[in-house]
Design a protein around this ligand. Structure first.
Ligand code: ADP
Ligand code: MG
Length: 279
């Protein structure tokens, strides 16, 4: 199999060794092995039910792989083996499809929760939000374009605005590995481009021009966005890896085959409709 994995002499940032997940009688993910290096931006593609969310949740430590936590390792640690808290939060973070915001607390506190990695902790400091942290949260919200929403409740925001809050929270969290589950589903092309730029900005090279120490893994369905923003693309189908390619080699024919789209599919963005439907 051709691979999009970077040729690198350094240790991978993420190592998956035969990690698998079965839900009752449903196969979530067949045993999968993968190495991802710092600096990589990996797109996961595949039809609904192909295992994208399962893989992301295993990486996030939100679920334990069937063969044990040790089958997934990030920077030498097993996310599923860590308790929720600062250590896990600085290792890996996920922008989930549901955003996981606390609807009745102000946007400010939702964003600050990224810094703390733990909600009980965030609640306990509600009354003493340091000015410095508040400034950092304001800056993060300004970067995602919703500085004016800092005192709103997420429950009062649109879906797109809630997603920006989740990305601002991720800016505060600043983990080594950033995961995003269908971050651009249901966004129009201009918004999708903006959100991809924000996510890539979270992992791109640091200010002194050196290589990034971070990695991004995100599920999405749009070939043009993948070619522009990612370095590598992994195709999943029926819980198994079908291909693993440099993103620059992703053409529409490869995707059409993965998604079972025939020649009569719309030429320009054959998957935009799929993305919008995919839960
Ligand atoms: P994707 O994100 O690509 O749509 P998922 O990882 O959500 O795929 O699902 C992979 C497979 O696991 C599907 O067959 C799905 O039905 C099954 N699955 C996912 N979550 C659960 C669950 N909580 N209980 C039972 N089956 C599940
Ligand atoms: Mg999914």
């Amino acid at each position: 199999m051709r691979t999009g994995e970077q040729v690198a002499t350094s240790e991978p940032l993420i190592t998956i060794k035969s990690a698998a997940k079965v839900y009752g009688t449903n196969l979530g993910l067949a045993p999968l092995s993968l190495a991802i290096h710092a600096g990589e931006r990996v797109a996961l593609v595949g039809p609904s039910g192909s295992g994208k969310t399962t893989l992301l949740r295993l990486l996030a430590g939100a679920m334990v792989p069937d063969e044990g936590p040790h089958t997934v390792s990030i920077n030498g640690k097993s996310p599923a083996g860590l308790k929720p808290g600062n250590e896990l939060a600085s290792l890996v973070g996920i922008v989930s499809q549901r955003f996981d915001l606390v609807p009745h607390l102000p946007v400010l506190h939702n964003v600050l929760a990224g810094r703390l990695g733990h909600w009980s902790l965030a609640r306990s400091i509600l009354s003493l939000v340091w000015p410095m942290e508040r400034r950092a949260a304001q800056q993060a919200l300004a970067r995602v374009g919703i500085a004016d929403k800092i005192n709103e409740r997420p429950g009062h925001l649109s879906g797109g605005e809630q997603q920006r809050v989740a990305i601002a929270r991720m800016m505060m969290q600043s983990p080594l590995v950033i995961l995003a589950d269908e971050p651009v589903a249901s966004l129009d092309p201009a918004r999708a481009e903006e959100v991809m730029e924000l996510l890539v900005g979270l992992v791109s090279g640091n200010s002194d021009g050196g290589d990034s120490q971070r990695a991004l893994v995100a599920s999405l369905h749009t070939a043009s966005l993948i070619r522009r923003h990612f370095t590598r693309v992994i195709g999943l189908r029926e819980s198994r890896v079908q291909f693993d390619l440099p993103a620059s080699e992703l053409d529409d024919a490869v995707l059409d085959e993965l998604y079972d789209l025939g020649d009569d599919a719309v030429a320009m963005e054959p998957l935009a409709g799929l993305a919008a439907r995919d839960g």
